[in-house]
Design a protein around this ligand. Structure first.
Ligand SMILES: Nc1ncnc2c1ncn2[C@@H]1O[C@H](COP(=O)(O)OP(=O)(O)OP(=O)(O)O)[C@@H](O)[C@H]1O
Ligand code: SF4
Ligand SMILES: [Mg+2]
Length: 387
């Protein structure tokens, strides 16, 4: 693949297997993928092709009995490159949330039913952006100091001192003791006000009407679209470099889905995060994405610019997938055959038993993923994948 300098995340030859009682599920068979800064990359493919497990691998969160048995996932952070699969759990916890966030299909599963939106979003902000919140609290105290009389000055100076202490060490003993003393603990309510302001700002960014009221709501009071917006706010609260969205609109009705897609585009402009958008809906891909990676049975088989994929699809599976989109006045063509089991998957090219162009080599040799045009990658023997 092209120079890594162009990417914020690169996956090379990722191999993942699940060791189940039924047998070994060869879930990812050498996946190659890269994500550019501030782009929306669509990851498409039929059910079970490995979209979700690819995204879980990026966070090194594959559940047992899954095992990553080959390949590399590299994240770029400034001048540094981080090999995700070689990091310790403590460091990975910092990456998750700070550099990479994820949103899922069912937003309510990720919201705690007993806390309000403000409490949950506030918690994320405290975990990831406490420094910024304390600095704006200190600024507010400085402004109050300008107008304060002598007695109030003493108290405000104490509040400022405690904020500065908290900035150095949020769990310092003096801060914890001060939090329990009336008046002295006023620094905490000042910080809380800053958190509330930030929460409302974030909800406004999510185009939520009446954000002050929504901030006080519990998850069960939110509509599906609203709950998904809150979860997106939580994912973006720490300004991640990469946002992974795994079919986030599947359970929403079409009008709400369109609003969320619009929101994701707006947020990409504002937050400049890259987005890996997982879907099986090619309509969503056409509307939202800059580039597309097409997956089939544990492999990325084609990767290109969205216009290129729709105008000039090369891999027979991509072509079949595009032909299977129902269009008015056009005969509906489904892909012949069924998705193969990933326990003892087909040899060579995993698409060979459904491919109308299959050649002798196809069931023997796995095609390589190669660049066949500018930034257009394909894994197919028709395009020299055997070389
Ligand atoms: N915990 C698990 N144990 C065993 N096999 C698993 C496990 N999780 C995923 N797999 C297998 O890995 C393969 C890829 O699954 P994955 O969930 O990534 O598919 P997907 O492309 O996200 O599908 P969908 O569109 O239905 O969400 C599938 O064959 C699946 O059965
Ligand atoms: S490698 Fe062969 S079987 Fe696979 S998609 Fe290309 S032509 Fe079809
Ligand atoms: Mg999935």
């Amino acid at each position: 693949m092209s120079s890594f300098d162009e990417y914020i995340l690169s996956i090379q030859g990722l191999i993942l297997r699940f060791y189940t009682y039924e047998g070994i599920v060869e879930a990812l068979d050498g996946v190659n993928l890269n994500i550019k800064p501030a782009e929306i990359l669509g990851l498409v493919g039929e059910t079970g092709c490995g979209k979700s497990v690819t995204s879980l691998s990026i966070l090194n969160l594959v559940p047992p009995p899954g095992r990553i048995e080959g390949g590399e996932i590299t994240l770029r952070e400034g001048e540094k490159t981080i090999n995700i699969l070689e990091q310790h759990e403590d460091f990975l916890r910092k990456i998750r949330g700070n550099l990479i966030s994820m949103i899922f299909q069912e937003p309510r599963a990720y919201l705690n039913p007993v806390f309000t939106v403000e409490e949950q979003l506030g918690e994320v902000l405290v975990q990831h952006r406490l420094g910024e919140l304390l600095n704006s609290t200190i600024q507010k105290i400085d402004m109050e100091l300008e107008k304060a009389d002598k007695l109030k000055r003493h108290l405000l100076m104490l509040h400022k001192k405690l904020c500065l202490k908290m900035l150095k060490n949020p769990r310092s003993l003096s801060v914890r003791v001060a939090s329990k003393i009336p008046l002295v603990n006023g620094f905490k309510s000042k910080l809380r006000m800053e958190i509330r302001k930030k929460v409302v700002e974030l909800l406004k960014d999510m185009e939520i009407p009446d954000p002050q009221r929504v901030a006080r709501m519990y998850p069960h009071e939110l509509s599906g679209g609203m709950a998904q917006r809150v979860v997106i706010a939580m994912a973006l609260a720490c300004n991640p470099k990469l946002l992974i969205a795994d079919e986030p609109t599947t359970n929403l009705d079409v009008t709400v889905q369109a609003q969320i897609l619009h929101l994701i585009r707006v947020l990409r402009e504002k937050y400049k995060s890259s987005i890996l958008y997982i879907t099986h809906d090619l309509g969503v891909v056409a509307e939202l994405c800059d580039r597309v990676a097409v997956m089939y049975a544990g492999n990325v088989v084609e990767l290109a610019d969205v216009y290129e994929i729709f105008k000039n699809p090369l891999h027979p599976y991509t072509r079949a997938l595009l032909e299977s989109i129902p269009r008015p006045g056009k005969e509906f063509k489904s892909i012949p055959g069924t998705v193969p089991s990933l326990i003892n998957p087909p040899s060579g090219c995993r698409f060979h038993d459904r491919c109308q162009f299959a050649m002798e080599i196809c069931n023997k040799v796995k095609p390589k993923f190669i660049e066949v045009g500018k930034d257009h990658y394909v894994a197919c023997h028709l395009f020299g994948g055997g070389k």
